[in-house]
Ligand binder design. Sequence first.
Ligand SMILES: C[S@@+](CC[C@H](N)C(=O)[O-])C[C@H]1O[C@@H](n2cnc3c(N)ncnc32)[C@H](O)[C@@H]1O
Ligand SMILES: *[C@@H]1O[C@H](CO)[C@@H](O)[C@H](O)[C@H]1NC(C)=O
Length: 392
Amino acid sequence: MGLLKTLGVLTLVGGVLIAVFPPPDVLSGLSSNHDHSPLEVQAIMTGFCLSPVIGMLLDERPEIETTGGEFKFEEDGDIENEDYAQASIYAILYAMYKNTPNLVGAGTSAGVPYQFTFNTWGITPVDGPGQPPRESVYAFPDTDPQRHGKQAYASLVTQPPAMEYKKKLGDTPLEIVEIGCGTGAGANLITREVHPTAKYLALDMQQAAINTCKQNHATEDNPGLTCQLVPNGVGNGGNRAPRADSSVDFVVISETHIADIQIGDLEKEIFSEIRRILKPGGLFLWGNAIPTRVWEQADVELPALGFELVNSYNHTKGAVVARDEDYERVEACMDQLLAPYPVMQVPYFGPRCHKVGERLIANFYRHPGTALYLKMVTGYDSYMHQAWRNNK
Ligand SMILES: C[S@@+](CC[C@H](N)C(=O)[O-])C[C@H]1O[C@@H](n2cnc3c(N)ncnc32)[C@H](O)[C@@H]1O
Ligand SMILES: *[C@@H]1O[C@H](CO)[C@@H](O)[C@H](O)[C@H]1NC(C)=O
């Protein structure tokens, strides 16, 4: 695009943006309950790139604190989750993913077209002492750009207690609810390939993600899947999961930011909702990389609520190897996601903004070098797959 045209677009969208979102609120003023149009996303990106937030993030001004003191945003993308509205970051990220439907793989998936739908870092099988059995990781071909996310979802819902439960149920379809489904990529994989007779309700608090879920995944040829928005999220302000008491076989949570700092009031609300909707003997299948000490807290808190731990796999090492294997694909993906925004070409502001955008996406991806990746390497964070039985 020519410079004049670029400047024209910038002036237009920048003006719209500054009217709608004053710059300091770019990170916290976006709505989860709204699907931003391509023009709005241009405006948001332009305002973001021209706003003082970029300098704050790059210069690590004291307004923005990092999670541990030993990490810096400029080097490893670290931002304390509570310091900015995470939901707003999701709103813009999901809009960007939707605006870039034709990504191309790299590395082992070079040339393979895909849409960014697995907002998942995922796992891969590794051998060695203390590792989960190799067959516990449901493996996909390495030409698949999103195989690590697929492996995480498929393995989570085929843990041994889940397979035993399914066998006992016989021909009766499994009733599954997922909290924090994102675009529903995992839900889609499960209803099409892993548990194809299941009835699956996929819930998220992001309108753009739920729209992608409906358009791409809950299509006529996949009648088992329903995607539904829960405004502001399950558990927030006493929000319920939209299901009757004791009506669900499995509740799935995979890589959502629930319990990433502690098991606090929100988490307890969510867990008691899970317990309410699960049938007696139903399973809460929980997979994520969160601090090791929070898993230890869960070992105390979940039994106190009436859950019993019936399976636990430590996939931390496999999650690190997955990120290493995915390095080239993610590098290419970040460039492809940031390419459509003319503001990235503006001298000075463009390169700085590209750097911040890259660090934000990389951190959400636990990309090698980021704080979240290093935390898995050191064992500060553990990537676990667990099955908790609801003993009513
Ligand atoms: C890292 S993304 C992962 C999405 C999906 N699980 C995946 O792996 O592709 C986390 C998602 O959890 C959602 N989320 C977080 N807390 C939630 C809550 N209390 N209720 C519903 N959704 C929630 C966010 O909106 C976001 O889409
Ligand atoms: C999981 O394994 C890692 C080593 O890969 C270890 O540092 C961590 O403490 C383990 N986590 C739990 C919850 O057992």
